[in-house]
Design a protein around this ligand. Structure first.
Ligand code: ATP
Length: 233
């Protein structure tokens, strides 16, 4: 479904991604793990089109989308739940969700809205309140829900467990598991490598803009280098 080859992306003279090759098959949950500054967020941003690439190609569902505008990528089904959630605090929860379907203007989005509310009943209960009143965990649910409003074929999740208490981390990972069981294709970026590798079919380890290891989630969880460098074991 996603085929990335030789991807490079720069901030001025800093090369944040240095020739990445990554594939995601339909229905797979693929995790991308690595230390701070490895380039994980930049990678997701280049996929969703908000960060330009300087070399390489991104193919999605057989189409070269390397130069496609971000809103067009949403219409193709690439939906991004960004790092730090980025919800619109003053807007209502429902308006935040509806914005997730903005690029699909003209399409009725009630089925997606109902689906998100079924998945996150707390968002339904609080739908008229401003998003800024939600707790961190609830804002994370809102960020995921907003991405789901775009009817994703590929869901990009950037650090969904960041800053959450352990119980809420567990809840977020349960949501990701459920989405996977429903057949969603997911690319998950996480600093919580242990948990991410635990639910991923496959994973890539990123280090300063390069892939240094790849394998099944389980095999990487058992890999000595990964255990020492990323799992603190
Ligand atoms: P984190 O988990 O801390 O977000 P990351 O793996 O997602 O880390 P990126 O945020 O993608 O890494 O950063 C990759 C590299 O690009 C780092 O060297 C970072 O300092 C640099 N970088 C990221 N954003 C910018 C920016 N807006 N301007 C300049 N350099 C940037």
């Amino acid at each position: 479904m996603l085929d990335v080859k030789g991807l490079e992306s720069c901030y001025g003279r800093i090369k944040a991604l240095d020739g990445l090759d990554i594939q995601v098959r339909e229905g797979e949950l693929v995790a991308l793990v690595g230390a701070n500054g490895a380039g994980k967020t930049t990678f997701l941003r280049t996929l969703s089109g908000v960060q330009p690439l300087t070399a390489g190609t991104v193919r999605f569902a057989g189409q070269d989308i390397s130069r496609l505008r971000a809103d067009r990528r949403v219409r193709l089904g690439i939906c991004h739940s960004p790092e730090g959630r980025q919800v619109f605090g003053p807007l209502s929860i429902e308006d935040n969700l509806r914005l997730g379907a903005y690029a699909l203007a003209g399409k009725a989005n009630q089925p997606e809205l109902d689906r998100v509310y079924r998945m996150f009943p707390i968002l339904y209960e609080k739908r008229h309140l401003s998003a800024g009143t939600l707790s961190g965990g609830q804002q994370q649910m809102l960020a995921i829900g907003r991405a789901l409003m775009g009817a994703p074929r590929l869901l990009l999740l950037d650090e969904p467990s960041m800053g959450l208490a352990p119980l809420l981390v567990e809840e977020v990972f349960n949501v990701i598991r459920t989405l996977k069981q429903q057949g969603m294709t997911i690319l998950l970026v996480e600093q919580n490598a242990f948990a991410a590798l635990g639910i991923a079919d496959r994973a890539y380890v990123l280090e300063t803009g390069n892939i240094v290891l790849t394998g099944t989630g389980q095999s990487l969880r058992e890999d000595e280098t990964v255990r020492a460098a990323y799992l603190g074991i």
